[in-house]
Design a protein around this ligand. Structure first.
Ligand SMILES: C[S@@+](CC[C@H](N)C(=O)[O-])C[C@H]1O[C@@H](n2cnc3c(N)ncnc32)[C@H](O)[C@@H]1O
Length: 210
């Protein structure tokens, strides 16, 4: 679930979302994760679950075949406008439940599935559907890379406080992330990232390969 009440409502606008992401350093963190974890190659098929205004595309090499979907029609409209001249970029409005049992052809055989900040907006049932969708979308040998906010057993007061203000109402702690992902994937690695943003914040990368 996403909390868009009060001042947080402004982030439903793509320009405000992108400005905030730049200010807190999330844009730089995407660059870092793109280089160290996504490692996308031209020509690869990439699916982005909860793509927002598709800020991720900027950090992918030219020539990837990209499909992103998001529940927000405003974000998807903004992404479609930005990439209107690129036939290899497709944007859909929807939630994981819409696709998991009716996988569109363009969401099959993915080399890389990106989940960047979606799962902490979803309760366990929805998050499991998203992970199942990722699994169904992956080609043999394909990889899933999730980047999510995470509580830690030991964490600074400010990092916890900032995480509690997040629009996503389902920030989990490290054992909870592992328990969730293990319901869909037998093998995966997790990495805790601190210091990537300009604000106190803790991120977890979850990476798995089919
Ligand atoms: C923190 S933003 C991340 C956006 C994007 N992945 C990025 O890296 O900028 C979370 C996104 O998840 C989307 N979202 C929330 N609940 C969703 C759902 N049930 N299905 C699809 N998208 C959802 C929101 O609209 C928002 O764009």
């Amino acid at each position: 679930m996403q909390d868009d009440r009060g001042l947080k409502r402004i982030f439903t606008l793509s320009w405000a979302y992108n400005l905030f992401q730049d200010l807190v350093g999330a844009t730089n963190s995407r660059k870092w994760v793109a280089e160290h974890f996504w490692r996308a190659q031209p020509g690869q098929r990439i699916i982005d679950l909860g793509c927002g205004p598709a800020t991720t595309v900027h950090f992918l090499p030219a020539g990837v075949k990209y499909v992103g979907f998001d529940v927000s029609d405003k974000y998807i409209a903004s992404a479609r406008t930005k990439y209107a001249t690129d036939p290899d970029k497709t944007f859909l409005v929807g939630v994981p439940e819409d696709f998991v049992n009716h996988l569109p052809q363009q969401m099959q055989n993915a080399d890389l599935v990106i989940i960047n900040g979606l799962l902490h907006h979803l309760d366990d049932a929805e998050a499991l559907t998203a992970l199942k969708l990722a699994r169904k979308s992956l080609a043999p040998g394909g990889r899933l890379v999730c980047l999510e906010a995470s509580f830690l057993v030991s964490q600074s007061f400010w990092a916890r406080w900032v995480l509690k203000q997040d629009r996503g109402q389902n920030v989990r702690n490290e054992p909870e992330w592992k328990a969730l992902v293990s319901k869909v994937f037998d093998k995966f690695e997790t990495y805790i990232l601190t210091g990537l943003l300009r604000i106190p914040y803790t991120l977890i990368v979850i990476e798995t390969r089919l």
